[in-house]
Design a protein around this ligand. Structure first.
Ligand SMILES: Nc1nc2c(ncn2[C@@H]2O[C@H](COP(=O)(O)OP(=O)(O)O)[C@@H](O)[C@H]2O)c(=O)[nH]1
Ligand SMILES: [Mg+2]
Length: 199
């Protein structure tokens, strides 16, 4: 097994006790935060990268309310599975929660190396994705864009069109081509490339 569960924090009040400088309960492996709307495939990607089923995958969006940390052994880093934003039925309240709990974590973790901003391969970034990227940029957190569910783009031309469009858009947001990845947890593609870039 190439990964293990580390710990969970359920609310802001646990942050001071869990994070002290670069340490996450005494562990010093650099962190990578999985940022993205609910259902974009954060937990599935974690499982695919770690070769485990530790992170809970759900058909029901908006289930994750806590931050779960996992050790990604191959990369020597700890991944933070963050609650997703943009779950329609949670609306305003969830957005507030994202801004406070997640924001507090992202600001408090001095061992945070970067964020993976997960985007659905079928769509461009949503307004909420852009908000999240703005927040990360403002807080000086380096970003890697990861397009998920690449397997749903079936034809060569569909893939080419989507890639061209999103490259152009992300370029405007300051992403270089070496900071954009296409993965499929279902098809197990793009995972080695992401690992190589993070080692
Ligand atoms: N086609 C496809 N579906 C995926 C992929 N990864 C996740 N999903 C599906 O998307 C849904 C949400 O996945 P999950 O990992 O729980 O997303 P999270 O809410 O961002 O953690 C589930 O129904 C998954 O089966 C993928 O690579 N390809
Ligand atoms: Mg999840």
């Amino acid at each position: 097994m190439a990964g293990e569960f580390v710990l969970t924090i359920g609310s802001e009040t646990q942050i001071p006790d869990t994070l002290k400088g670069i340490f996450l309960k005494g562990r010093r492996e650099p962190r990578i935060a999985m940022v993205g709307r609910s259902n974009v495939g954060k937990s599935s990607l974690i499982n695919a990268l770690l070769g485990t089923r530790l992170a809970q995958v759900s058909k029901e969006p908006g289930k994750t309310r806590a931050i779960h940390f996992y050790f990604w052994k191959d990369a020597g880093k700890i991944i933070a599975d963050l609650p997703g934003y943009g779950y329609a039925r949670a609306g305003h309240e969830e957005r507030e929660r994202w801004a406070t709990f997640i924001g507090a974590y992202l600001r408090a973790d001095e061992g945070l190396d970067r964020a993976f901003v997960l985007l659905d391969a079928r769509h461009g970034p949503t307004e909420l994705d852009l908000d999240a990227m703005r927040f990360l940029a403002e807080n000086g957190i380096p970003m890697t864009a990861v397009f998920t569910k690449a397997d749903v783009l079936k034809t060569q031309s569909e893939r080419a069109i989507r890639k061209r469009e999103s490259l152009a858009l992300l370029k405007e947001l300051g992403f270089g081509p070496d900071n954009i990845f296409w993965v499929s947890a279902r098809g197990q593609t793009g995972l080695q490339e992401l690992l190589r870039a993070m080692k």
